[in-house]
Write a protein of this length. Structure first.
Length: 335
């Protein structure tokens, strides 16, 4: 018979004993509590329940915010191929000339701006801007490196005209180094004294009533003529039909004023949108009716005092009017 396995131990039957039976009825002492060790402390440590994680929501929260906070922008000066990209444009030079340095008031003058690039093989594109001092006149696209602009709206006196080039992808912007100076004048000397009788401005004439002039009698401007009343006094009606230009600044007119069918600018009062005495012209005092109709060269009525009615009809573009005090009713485009 083979010996029993070491793990096998036969059960021994012990007969009941009176002493053991009595001992079993005695209350047993409490068992000693096991000594806590590192392994048992780790086993019986209280664990907090884990909160469920919604990965999709957390991902959406992480992606929330501007793109620049989530991504690192690439270096502009060092692309991926390791070659730096440096933009380059050729320099330019802009010049301005006028077809005349002494144009008559109301008559057109043509300005030509030429843009010369430093690269002879290229041709500048874009546009050029013409300015009278700080006031912009027009922006004209370039054609063959040149831009031309014709105007008859320059007021009497000296003007410093400039031209600027805006530049393009291959050429830098530039401005004229020196302004082109022109002086807008008249056919003859301005009237600066008292004068009586009718005054007629014929075609091809540009007449001026300047400071100190006192005209007593009607004033008529024929088609093709131009009249400027600058700090003067006129007693009698003033009318212009088909005039090239008509300007009344800082003057007093005792009588009706009628301007109709002018092909050039009509300026009554200040030539600025600010206070009436801020520009080269200022407001007037009209003691009669003022009628401005069917003019196509632009109408400006600013800073005047009119004791009679003010009417504007059929002007294209519509008149620019502000800061006027009118005692009688307004009508048409001057309401």
């Amino acid at each position: 018979m083979p010996p029993p396995s070491p793990r096998y131990r036969p059960t021994r039957t012990v007969p009941p004993d009176s002493s053991r039976a009595a001992a079993s009825t005695r209350p047993s002492a409490p068992a000693p509590r096991p000594t806590a060790t590192r392994s048992t402390a780790r086993r019986f440590r209280r664990r907090e329940p884990r909160q469920p994680v919604r990965r999709g929501r957390r991902r959406r929260q992480q992606l929330r915010g501007p793109v620049r906070d989530r991504c690192r922008p690439p270096l502009r000066s060092a692309p991926r191929d390791g070659k730096a990209v440096v933009p380059f444009r050729y320099g330019t030079a802009t010049t301005l000339i006028a077809d005349t340095g002494t144009p008559l008031f109301g008559y057109p003058v043509t300005l030509t701006a030429t843009v010369t690039p430093a690269n002879p093989a290229g041709g500048p594109t874009g546009s050029g801007t013409f300015s009278d001092g700080a006031k912009g006149l027009a922006t004209v696209p370039l054609a063959g490196g040149r831009a031309s602009f014709t105007t008859s709206g320059l007021q009497p006196g000296a003007h410093a005209l400039t031209a600027s080039y805006a530049g393009d992808a291959a050429d830098e912007a530039s401005t004229t180094a020196d302004p082109a100076g022109i002086t807008v004048g008249f056919s003859g000397p301005c009237v600066t004294t008292a004068r009586s009788g009718p005054l007629t401005v014929a075609a091809g004439q540009a007449v001026c009533l300047s400071s100190g002039a006192r005209q007593d009698g009607p004033v008529t401007v024929r088609p093709g003529g131009a009249l400027a009343v600058l700090d003067a006094e006129v007693t009698g009606p003033v009318s212009g039909d088909g005039a090239l230009a008509l300007t009344v600044c800082r003057s007093t007119l005792a009588g009706p004023l009628s301007v109709r069918g002018s092909t050039g600018p009509v300026l009554l009062g200040s030539d600025e949108d600010g206070p009436a005495d801020a520009g080269t012209c200022a407001g007037n005092r009209f003691t009669g009716a003022v009628s401005v109709d069917a003019n196509i060269g632009g109408v400006v009525i600013v800073g005047n005092r009119v004791t009679g009615p003010l009417r504007c009809e059929g002007n294209e573009p519509p008149p620019r009017q502000t800061q006027n005090t009118v005692m009688e009713p307004r009508s048409g485009q001057c309401r």
